[in-house]
Design a protein around this ligand. Structure first.
Ligand SMILES: [Zn+2]
Length: 83
């Protein structure tokens, strides 16, 4: 799933309609959808962007969990501990 869908944070959130909840909110995430492998063509998975979606903070956070992104895009690991 992560090969064909990528979720990115927007540096400057803007107010417009979320493609998930259809509410007008600050858009924090841009979801890029890449091409899947097409039979009979030479393109590999992820060579081209075939679509994009705008998600608000809530929808983007939930979507990141749903596609099992390792860490949500707005979270960064500051320090790791070994026990
Ligand atoms: Zn939303």
């Amino acid at each position: 799933m992560k090969d064909v869908i990528e979720i990115k944070l927007v540096k400057f959130p803007s107010l417009h309609k979320c493609n998930c909840c259809n509410r007008v909110k600050d858009i924090y995430y841009k979801v890029l959808i890449y091409n899947a492998k097409t039979e009979g063509r030479y393109e590999e998975i992820g060579d081209y962007i075939v679509g994009d979606l705008d998600f608000c903070k809530t929808c983007g956070d939930n979507f990141a969990v749903a596609i099992k992104a390792e860490t949500p895009p707005d979270e960064k690991t500051i320090k790791t501990f070994k026990f």
